[in-house]
Design a protein around this ligand. Structure first.
Ligand SMILES: Cc1cc2nc3c(=O)[nH]c(=O)nc-3n(C[C@H](O)[C@H](O)[C@H](O)COP(=O)(O)OP(=O)(O)OC[C@H]3O[C@@H](n4cnc5c(N)ncnc54)[C@H](O)[C@@H]3O)c2cc1C
Length: 146
């Protein structure tokens, strides 16, 4: 809380790819930057709910297709069974890895994230909880993210 600046040179609103890229670039250029987002994690739609989770699941679906292709060539891998819990946690691990990496490289920008999870976000549905259910408030006001 003490680290939270009362003034800033550049204020970026939103922790998605648009926001964090702008904030990190401005910080790289030597500006004093503060980024605020109303989610508990950085990454926005792309990392938390969109591009990354969807591509991870598409990649998993491709494995089913490979099994089909193999069968047509005489290689029978057996009937596939999908463990949705395991699939979901694998997808969440990927999201967590990328979001965690992003939060570790803020280029000196001060980052303030919401302490509250959004209504309607439930465990395993992507978003912050799906990305590994961090402690609420862990990173609020830039703590640990400077
Ligand atoms: C299923 C899906 C798959 C996708 N796949 C791809 C893909 O493969 N490739 C690709 O290029 N794009 C893809 N996209 C699109 C991509 O997610 C968006 O283009 C990208 O997230 C936009 O980034 P952004 O920073 O502009 O906005 P967002 O990612 O929406 O981030 C905005 C952030 O700002 C926060 N915010 C908003 N208003 C405020 C406020 N007033 N105060 C504080 N914080 C605020 C939001 O909560 C959010 O965290 C996909 C999208 C979806 C839904």
């Amino acid at each position: 809380m003490n680290d939270w600046p009362s003034r800033t040179e550049v204020l970026v609103i939103g922790g998605g790819p648009g926001g964090y890229a702008a904030a990190f670039r401005a910080a790289d250029l030597g500006h004093q930057v503060t980024l605020v987002s109303d989610e508990v994690r950085l990454g926005g739609v792309c990392l938390l709910r969109g591009c990354i989770p969807s591509k991870a699941l598409l990649d998993a679906a491709e494995l089913l297709r490979l099994g089909d292709r193999a069968r047509r060539r005489g290689i029978d891998l057996g009937e596939p069974r999908v463990d949705l819990e395991r699939l979901r946690s694998w997808k969440n691990e990927i999201v967590e890895q990328l979001v965690g990496g992003l939060e570790g490289i803020t280029h000196g920008a001060v980052v303030g994230l919401s302490q509250r999870k959004r209504q309607g976000q439930r465990q395993g549905q992507g978003g912050q909880q799906g990305a590994g259910a961090p402690d609420e408030g862990k990173m609020a006001h830039g703590e640990g993210l400077r």
